[in-house]
Design a protein around this ligand. Structure first.
Ligand SMILES: C[S@@+](CC[C@H](N)C(=O)[O-])C[C@H]1O[C@@H](n2cnc3c(N)ncnc32)[C@H](O)[C@@H]1O
Length: 292
Protein backbone atom coordinates (compact mmCIF):
# COMPACT_ATOMS: atom_id res chain seq x y z
CA UNK A 1 0.00 0.00 0.00
CA UNK A 2 1.36 3.42 -0.96
CA UNK A 3 2.37 5.77 1.81
CA UNK A 4 2.83 8.83 -0.40
CA UNK A 5 1.42 11.97 1.19
CA UNK A 6 -1.98 13.03 -0.14
CA UNK A 7 -3.54 14.82 2.84
CA UNK A 8 -3.46 14.71 6.64
CA UNK A 9 -5.59 11.52 6.52
CA UNK A 10 -2.77 9.73 4.69
CA UNK A 11 -0.38 10.63 7.53
CA UNK A 12 -2.90 9.53 10.17
CA UNK A 13 -3.42 6.20 8.39
CA UNK A 14 0.32 5.56 8.06
CA UNK A 15 0.89 6.15 11.79
CA UNK A 16 -2.23 4.20 12.75
CA UNK A 17 -0.81 1.19 10.88
CA UNK A 18 2.71 1.67 12.28
CA UNK A 19 1.13 1.74 15.76
CA UNK A 20 -1.29 -1.17 15.51
CA UNK A 21 1.22 -3.54 13.88
CA UNK A 22 3.50 -2.79 16.92
CA UNK A 23 6.74 -3.32 14.96
CA UNK A 24 8.17 0.14 15.64
CA UNK A 25 7.39 0.04 19.34
CA UNK A 26 8.76 -3.47 19.86
CA UNK A 27 11.96 -2.61 18.00
CA UNK A 28 12.61 0.98 18.98
CA UNK A 29 10.57 1.55 22.13
CA UNK A 30 8.35 4.51 22.98
CA UNK A 31 10.29 7.18 21.08
CA UNK A 32 9.78 7.64 17.34
CA UNK A 33 12.72 9.99 16.94
CA UNK A 34 16.47 9.72 16.49
CA UNK A 35 18.92 9.15 19.33
CA UNK A 36 21.67 11.53 20.51
CA UNK A 37 25.05 9.78 20.69
CA UNK A 38 27.16 12.66 22.01
CA UNK A 39 29.81 14.79 20.32
CA UNK A 40 31.77 13.03 18.97
CA UNK A 41 29.24 10.19 18.73
CA UNK A 42 29.98 7.12 20.82
CA UNK A 43 28.56 3.64 20.52
CA UNK A 44 25.63 3.11 22.85
CA UNK A 45 22.24 1.53 23.33
CA UNK A 46 19.73 2.92 20.81
CA UNK A 47 16.91 3.33 23.33
CA UNK A 48 19.21 5.07 25.84
CA UNK A 49 20.38 7.39 23.03
CA UNK A 50 16.74 8.29 22.32
CA UNK A 51 16.17 9.21 25.96
CA UNK A 52 19.41 11.21 25.90
CA UNK A 53 18.10 13.06 22.87
CA UNK A 54 15.15 14.33 24.92
CA UNK A 55 17.43 15.45 27.80
CA UNK A 56 19.83 17.14 25.33
CA UNK A 57 17.01 19.02 23.62
CA UNK A 58 15.50 20.00 26.97
CA UNK A 59 18.84 21.49 28.07
CA UNK A 60 19.63 23.11 24.71
CA UNK A 61 16.27 24.84 24.53
CA UNK A 62 16.13 25.83 28.20
CA UNK A 63 13.14 23.68 29.13
CA UNK A 64 15.02 22.63 32.28
CA UNK A 65 14.53 26.25 33.46
CA UNK A 66 10.73 26.00 33.29
CA UNK A 67 8.99 26.11 36.66
CA UNK A 68 7.39 22.82 37.78
CA UNK A 69 3.80 22.69 36.57
CA UNK A 70 4.48 24.82 33.46
CA UNK A 71 2.08 23.95 30.64
CA UNK A 72 3.80 22.34 27.65
CA UNK A 73 2.29 21.35 24.30
CA UNK A 74 4.00 18.46 22.45
CA UNK A 75 2.98 18.79 18.78
CA UNK A 76 3.14 15.47 16.91
CA UNK A 77 3.68 13.46 20.10
CA UNK A 78 3.85 9.93 18.69
CA UNK A 79 2.99 7.44 21.43
CA UNK A 80 4.04 9.90 24.10
CA UNK A 81 7.68 8.98 24.84
CA UNK A 82 8.87 12.60 25.12
CA UNK A 83 5.68 13.83 26.81
CA UNK A 84 6.05 11.26 29.59
CA UNK A 85 9.71 12.21 30.08
CA UNK A 86 8.89 15.93 30.24
CA UNK A 87 6.17 15.22 32.82
CA UNK A 88 8.20 12.74 34.87
CA UNK A 89 11.76 14.17 34.88
CA UNK A 90 10.98 17.88 34.59
CA UNK A 91 7.61 17.99 36.45
CA UNK A 92 5.89 19.74 33.54
CA UNK A 93 2.18 19.62 32.74
CA UNK A 94 2.08 18.20 29.22
CA UNK A 95 -0.54 17.88 26.52
CA UNK A 96 0.59 15.71 23.59
CA UNK A 97 -1.30 15.89 20.31
CA UNK A 98 -1.10 13.70 17.21
CA UNK A 99 -3.10 13.32 14.01
CA UNK A 100 -3.15 9.53 14.56
CA UNK A 101 -5.99 8.20 16.77
CA UNK A 102 -4.17 4.87 17.24
CA UNK A 103 -1.11 6.69 18.60
CA UNK A 104 -3.21 8.65 21.07
CA UNK A 105 -4.93 5.46 22.31
CA UNK A 106 -1.52 3.84 22.74
CA UNK A 107 -0.02 6.93 24.41
CA UNK A 108 -2.83 6.89 27.00
CA UNK A 109 -2.37 3.18 27.65
CA UNK A 110 1.39 3.57 28.14
CA UNK A 111 0.99 6.46 30.60
CA UNK A 112 0.97 5.26 34.21
CA UNK A 113 -2.19 6.04 36.18
CA UNK A 114 -0.29 8.37 38.52
CA UNK A 115 0.87 10.51 35.56
CA UNK A 116 -2.45 10.77 33.78
CA UNK A 117 -3.26 14.23 35.24
CA UNK A 118 0.04 15.86 34.20
CA UNK A 119 0.47 14.01 30.90
CA UNK A 120 -2.60 14.03 28.69
CA UNK A 121 -3.16 13.30 25.03
CA UNK A 122 -5.60 14.36 22.30
CA UNK A 123 -6.15 13.72 18.60
CA UNK A 124 -5.63 17.04 16.85
CA UNK A 125 -4.27 18.49 13.63
CA UNK A 126 -1.16 20.62 14.18
CA UNK A 127 -2.31 22.89 11.35
CA UNK A 128 -5.61 23.68 13.09
CA UNK A 129 -4.95 23.37 16.82
CA UNK A 130 -8.20 23.44 18.80
CA UNK A 131 -6.48 25.38 21.58
CA UNK A 132 -6.75 29.00 22.74
CA UNK A 133 -4.15 31.64 21.84
CA UNK A 134 -1.22 31.98 24.28
CA UNK A 135 -2.35 29.01 26.38
CA UNK A 136 1.06 27.27 26.84
CA UNK A 137 4.27 28.22 28.63
CA UNK A 138 6.31 26.13 26.18
CA UNK A 139 5.83 24.32 22.88
CA UNK A 140 7.85 21.23 21.85
CA UNK A 141 7.71 19.52 18.47
CA UNK A 142 10.06 16.72 17.39
CA UNK A 143 10.26 15.40 13.82
CA UNK A 144 6.67 16.35 12.98
CA UNK A 145 7.25 19.15 10.46
CA UNK A 146 8.21 16.82 7.56
CA UNK A 147 4.54 15.76 7.47
CA UNK A 148 3.23 19.33 7.25
CA UNK A 149 2.26 20.52 3.75
CA UNK A 150 2.27 24.15 4.90
CA UNK A 151 5.30 24.95 7.06
CA UNK A 152 4.21 28.56 7.61
CA UNK A 153 0.86 27.46 8.99
CA UNK A 154 2.64 24.92 11.24
CA UNK A 155 4.93 27.70 12.56
CA UNK A 156 1.97 30.07 12.98
CA UNK A 157 0.07 27.52 15.06
CA UNK A 158 3.07 26.77 17.32
CA UNK A 159 3.61 30.48 17.98
CA UNK A 160 -0.12 31.28 18.31
CA UNK A 161 -0.64 28.95 21.28
CA UNK A 162 2.64 29.99 22.96
CA UNK A 163 2.30 32.76 25.56
CA UNK A 164 4.55 35.84 25.38
CA UNK A 165 7.77 34.96 27.22
CA UNK A 166 7.21 31.23 26.49
CA UNK A 167 9.80 28.81 25.10
CA UNK A 168 9.80 27.04 21.75
CA UNK A 169 11.76 23.89 20.90
CA UNK A 170 11.59 22.18 17.49
CA UNK A 171 13.64 19.34 15.98
CA UNK A 172 13.29 18.61 12.30
CA UNK A 173 14.55 16.57 9.38
CA UNK A 174 15.69 19.23 6.92
CA UNK A 175 16.76 19.16 3.30
CA UNK A 176 19.80 21.09 2.05
CA UNK A 177 18.65 24.58 1.15
CA UNK A 178 18.22 24.80 -2.65
CA UNK A 179 19.89 28.24 -2.52
CA UNK A 180 23.10 26.63 -1.18
CA UNK A 181 23.31 23.94 -3.88
CA UNK A 182 20.51 22.52 -6.03
CA UNK A 183 19.93 18.75 -5.93
CA UNK A 184 21.62 16.69 -8.63
CA UNK A 185 19.71 13.93 -10.44
CA UNK A 186 20.68 11.18 -8.00
CA UNK A 187 19.72 13.38 -5.04
CA UNK A 188 16.41 14.22 -6.68
CA UNK A 189 15.62 10.51 -7.04
CA UNK A 190 16.56 9.76 -3.41
CA UNK A 191 14.55 12.79 -2.23
CA UNK A 192 11.45 11.45 -4.01
CA UNK A 193 11.81 8.12 -2.14
CA UNK A 194 12.32 9.87 1.22
CA UNK A 195 9.19 11.91 0.66
CA UNK A 196 6.88 9.23 -0.73
CA UNK A 197 7.87 6.23 1.40
CA UNK A 198 6.99 7.85 4.74
CA UNK A 199 4.16 10.23 3.89
CA UNK A 200 6.14 13.46 3.74
CA UNK A 201 4.80 16.26 1.50
CA UNK A 202 8.07 18.25 1.65
CA UNK A 203 11.06 18.90 3.90
CA UNK A 204 11.95 22.44 4.99
CA UNK A 205 15.58 23.54 5.04
CA UNK A 206 17.04 24.81 8.31
CA UNK A 207 17.04 28.34 6.85
CA UNK A 208 13.47 28.17 5.56
CA UNK A 209 11.95 26.78 8.79
CA UNK A 210 13.83 29.43 10.80
CA UNK A 211 12.29 32.05 8.47
CA UNK A 212 8.82 30.51 8.92
CA UNK A 213 9.13 30.59 12.72
CA UNK A 214 10.43 34.15 12.84
CA UNK A 215 7.73 35.30 10.39
CA UNK A 216 5.03 33.90 12.70
CA UNK A 217 5.78 36.55 15.25
CA UNK A 218 6.76 39.17 12.69
CA UNK A 219 7.49 42.54 14.24
CA UNK A 220 7.78 41.07 17.74
CA UNK A 221 11.56 40.64 17.54
CA UNK A 222 11.40 36.83 17.92
CA UNK A 223 14.86 35.39 17.24
CA UNK A 224 15.22 31.71 16.51
CA UNK A 225 18.58 30.02 17.13
CA UNK A 226 19.36 26.94 15.08
CA UNK A 227 21.93 24.17 15.26
CA UNK A 228 22.77 21.19 13.10
CA UNK A 229 22.64 17.92 15.06
CA UNK A 230 23.30 15.66 12.07
CA UNK A 231 26.55 14.25 13.51
CA UNK A 232 25.35 13.31 17.02
CA UNK A 233 22.14 11.73 15.65
CA UNK A 234 23.58 9.96 12.57
CA UNK A 235 24.25 6.52 14.16
CA UNK A 236 20.47 6.21 14.71
CA UNK A 237 19.82 5.10 11.14
CA UNK A 238 22.09 2.07 11.19
CA UNK A 239 21.01 1.30 14.76
CA UNK A 240 17.38 1.30 13.56
CA UNK A 241 18.23 -1.64 11.33
CA UNK A 242 20.63 -3.35 13.76
CA UNK A 243 17.89 -3.41 16.41
CA UNK A 244 16.14 -6.00 14.20
CA UNK A 245 19.25 -8.18 14.46
CA UNK A 246 19.75 -7.52 18.18
CA UNK A 247 16.09 -8.17 18.97
CA UNK A 248 14.99 -10.73 16.36
CA UNK A 249 12.17 -11.76 18.71
CA UNK A 250 10.56 -8.34 18.17
CA UNK A 251 10.14 -9.09 14.47
CA UNK A 252 9.55 -12.84 14.69
CA UNK A 253 6.85 -12.45 17.37
CA UNK A 254 4.78 -10.57 14.77
CA UNK A 255 4.98 -13.49 12.32
CA UNK A 256 5.37 -13.13 8.55
CA UNK A 257 3.87 -9.63 8.68
CA UNK A 258 6.68 -8.45 10.98
CA UNK A 259 9.32 -9.75 8.59
CA UNK A 260 7.65 -8.16 5.55
CA UNK A 261 7.26 -4.84 7.39
CA UNK A 262 10.86 -4.91 8.62
CA UNK A 263 12.14 -5.56 5.11
CA UNK A 264 9.91 -2.85 3.70
CA UNK A 265 11.35 -0.11 5.94
CA UNK A 266 15.03 -1.01 5.52
CA UNK A 267 15.71 0.59 2.09
CA UNK A 268 14.22 3.92 3.23
CA UNK A 269 16.26 3.81 6.44
CA UNK A 270 19.44 3.18 4.42
CA UNK A 271 18.59 6.05 2.05
CA UNK A 272 18.02 8.31 5.06
CA UNK A 273 21.46 7.31 6.36
CA UNK A 274 22.98 8.11 2.97
CA UNK A 275 21.12 11.43 2.71
CA UNK A 276 22.14 12.58 6.21
CA UNK A 277 25.76 11.40 5.67
CA UNK A 278 26.19 13.25 2.39
CA UNK A 279 24.58 16.58 3.28
CA UNK A 280 21.39 16.11 1.26
CA UNK A 281 19.55 16.06 4.61
CA UNK A 282 20.40 17.76 7.91
CA UNK A 283 19.01 17.38 11.42
CA UNK A 284 17.97 20.88 12.43
CA UNK A 285 17.09 22.05 15.94
CA UNK A 286 15.39 25.39 16.64
CA UNK A 287 14.90 27.30 19.88
CA UNK A 288 13.46 30.65 20.81
CA UNK A 289 11.68 32.67 23.46
CA UNK A 290 8.56 34.50 22.29
CA UNK A 291 9.08 38.18 23.18
CA UNK A 292 6.95 39.32 26.13
C1 LIG B 1 8.30 10.91 13.43
S1 LIG B 1 6.88 10.98 14.48
C2 LIG B 1 7.56 11.76 15.89
C3 LIG B 1 6.77 11.42 17.13
C4 LIG B 1 7.24 12.04 18.44
N1 LIG B 1 7.47 13.47 18.33
C5 LIG B 1 8.46 11.35 18.97
O1 LIG B 1 9.48 12.03 18.95
O2 LIG B 1 8.38 10.19 19.39
C6 LIG B 1 5.88 12.28 13.74
C7 LIG B 1 4.62 12.61 14.52
O3 LIG B 1 3.95 13.73 13.92
C8 LIG B 1 2.57 13.47 13.93
N2 LIG B 1 1.91 14.29 12.91
C9 LIG B 1 2.13 14.32 11.59
N3 LIG B 1 1.30 15.20 10.99
C10 LIG B 1 0.55 15.76 11.95
C11 LIG B 1 -0.46 16.75 11.98
N4 LIG B 1 -0.88 17.37 10.87
N5 LIG B 1 -1.00 17.07 13.17
C12 LIG B 1 -0.60 16.46 14.33
N6 LIG B 1 0.36 15.52 14.35
C13 LIG B 1 0.93 15.17 13.19
C14 LIG B 1 2.48 11.99 13.64
O4 LIG B 1 1.20 11.48 13.94
C15 LIG B 1 3.58 11.49 14.58
O5 LIG B 1 3.08 11.39 15.87
Amino acid sequence: MSRAYTDSASVAQAYDRWTTDQLLERLWGEHIHLGHYGTPPRSRDFRAAKEDFVHELVRWSGFDQLAPGSRVLDVGCGIGGSARMLAHHYKLDVLGISISPAQIDRARLLTPEGQSKTCRFAVMDALALELPDQSFDAVWSVEASPHMPNKQRYADELLRVLRPGGLLSVADWNRRDPGDRPLNRREQWVMRQLLDNWSHPEFASIKSLKRNLEASAAGSGLRIDTADWTTPTLPSWIDSILEGVRRPGAILSLGANGIVQGLRESPTILMMHWAFSTGLMQFGVFRGRKPA
